[in-house]
Design a protein around this ligand. Structure first.
Ligand code: ADP
Length: 264
């Protein structure tokens, strides 16, 4: 007789599972029933017009916003707290921070601490939250800076770095927490055009290394080349999703076609 493993292999569990997610700001219904599953090592690009709810959805995954209805799981973890009656509740700050720990997020604006060097920015969370010994955290920071092509800029302050370099430090800072999942919210949209490529190159490499990623982007070439799955959102709903070839090259829905025709 074979013994069954106590838990199912991790590969069966999606890294993210969103079910019927609703979110309003006041009367404004921004997410109207989003369903999405992201498998381990999958790269999902979220595309769609401005105001369609892409950023809000990412922020809900990371508990920067509380959802009104539905469920979001990251691995086996239900984000938020469900009582016995099945009502989802807001978490206190400590529980929120704990649930958010497997998730790294990179924002449009780089949000580095201006009074800290690149290395200091990167070691802040590992030393404070994970209690990683400082020496080890510094060594890891240098390795991460190498990985994002900034091995020689560890002592630089954000003001001494270009936007592209700051964004690469922000990526290194997120990676320092050993995330299971990386969320990117239009990471290149605040950059001068000539700096976009270096950030996308780092993201491309991360994807090749097997990082699970959800990327909100207007960079259609990146989405076409790097995404395993593209999700087109409009007005708070998923209009169309599938492979990059399906969604970007051969969109089936008129709203997707219109959006893409405006992108070129
Ligand atoms: P996208 O990322 O697709 O551009 P967003 O998720 O940023 O869309 O925004 C969707 C809608 O929600 C927009 O109309 C925006 O103004 C609104 N919104 C986003 N955040 C807030 C907030 N904190 N308070 C009120 N309205 C918000």
């Amino acid at each position: 007789m074979t013994t069954q493993p106590a838990t199912r292999p991790a590969v069966d569990t999606p890294i993210v599972r969103a079910v019927n997610v609703h979110k309003s700001f006041g009367r404004h219904r921004v997410l109207k029933g989003i369903d999405m599953a992201v498998a381990p090592s999958e790269v999902v690009c979220l595309i769609g017009p401005s105001g369609s709810g892409k950023t809000t959805f990412l922020r809900c995954i990371n508990l920067l916003e509380d959802i009104d209805e539905g469920r979001i799981f990251v691995g086996d973890q239900l984000m938020g707290y469900e009582d016995r009656a099945g009502t989802l509740h807001t978490l206190d700050d400590a529980a929120r921070a704990r649930q958010r720990r497997p998730i790294g997020m990179v924002f449009q604006r780089f949000n580095l601490f201006p009074h800290m060097t690149a290395v200091q920015n990167i070691i802040e969370a590992p030393t404070q939250v994970l209690r990683t010994p400082r020496g080890q955290a510094v060594q890891e920071a240098h390795e991460l800076l190498e990985r994002v092509g900034l091995g020689d800029r560890g002592d630089a302050y954000p003001s001494q770095l270009s936007g592209g370099q700051q964004q690469r430090v922000a990526i290194a800072r997120a990676l320092a927490m050993h995330p299971q999942l990386m969320l990117f919210d239009e990471p290149t949209s605040a950059l001068d055009p000539e700096l976009v490529g270096e950030v996308l190159a780092v993201m491309r490499e991360l994807a090749e290394e097997g990082m699970t990623m959800i990327v909100v982007t207007h960079e259609m070439t990146f989405a076409r080349d790097v995404a395993d799955h593209v999700v087109f959102m409009d007005a708070g709903v998923v209009v169309e999703q599938g492979s990059p070839d399906q969604v970007i090259n051969h969109p089936g829905q008129e709203r997707t076609q219109q959006f893409l025709s405006r992108m070129v």
